[in-house]
Design a protein around this ligand. Structure first.
Ligand SMILES: C[S@@+](CC[C@H](N)C(=O)[O-])C[C@H]1O[C@@H](n2cnc3c(N)ncnc32)[C@H](O)[C@@H]1O
Length: 211
């Protein structure tokens, strides 16, 4: 997926991936991140999940290519962010939540600053297979040795539909996170409109990842 694919989707308002509410699996498992100070949310969009994590006392750093996502997130939460240049990124910062607008793959530990947790919903599954390996490898360069993350993926038969969202099954997750402790916490039926039309069953699964 080229950056232009996502930028165009935001410009055209084709953001069916946006849940519009806190992800239910995050709601259930966010207490596992208790005590973690700064949470990275890669490919964050304008997810309500960031506001939820901030409400639990975390400092949240989201990263997204689309300035529209950052502008909409803060407008929808009646926050007036400070907008500054930050290396190749534009930083939108308000108390509790900072969104870095730019390419996740350009993010360095220096630009990001210390984080001790991450939350991935619809980031890994937004990417085609070769990019997924690159994405996780890059994410791992940004995390300290003892980080904790929650990862929400979608599981379905990839033969019935092209992504995004892509199906990411457990062996792949474990391969990406080799050396980390990966625990499958829960699976639930996913309500994905396109998959329902195709009559294809789908599940969301949440993992805890301890690096
Ligand atoms: C499927 S959406 C998920 C957004 C969000 N996590 C959510 O749950 O609503 C994927 C997002 O990743 C962003 N994105 C894709 N590639 C990116 C990249 N290389 N760097 C930063 N953001 C990217 C897109 O703009 C889009 O907002």
């Amino acid at each position: 997926m080229e950056p232009s694919f996502w930028i165009t989707r935001w410009q055209d308002g084709r953001i069916g991936f946006h849940e519009g509410h806190v992800n239910r699996l995050l709601e259930r498992y966010a207490p596992r991140l208790h005590g973690r100070e700064r949470v990275l949310v890669p490919l964050c969009g304008k997810a309500e999940d960031m506001a939820h994590l901030a409400s639990l006392g975390h400092q949240v750093v989201g990263v997204d290519l689309a300035e529209e996502a950052a502008v909409a997130f803060f407008a929808e939460h009646a926050m007036q962010p400070t907008r500054t240049a930050h290396g190749p990124f534009v930083s939108f910062a308000a108390p509790g939540v900072t969104i870095l607008v730019g390419d996740f793959f350009a993010l360095t530990p220096e630009l990001l600053g210390p984080v001790d947790a991450f939350f991935d919903r619809a980031a890994l599954i937004a990417l085609p297979p070769p990019m997924r390996a690159r994405y996780v490898a890059h994410l791992r360069t940004l995390l300290p040795p003892s980080a904790l993350g929650l990862l929400v993926v979608l599981e379905y038969d990839q033969a019935v539909m092209d992504g995004p969202p892509f199906a990411v099954l457990e062996p792949e997750v474990r391969a990406h996170w080799q050396g980390a402790t990966v625990t499958s916490l829960e699976e639930e039926t996913a309500h994905a409109a396109r998959l329902a039309e195709l009559g294809a069953p789908a599940k969301n699964r949440v993992y805890e990842v301890a690096t």
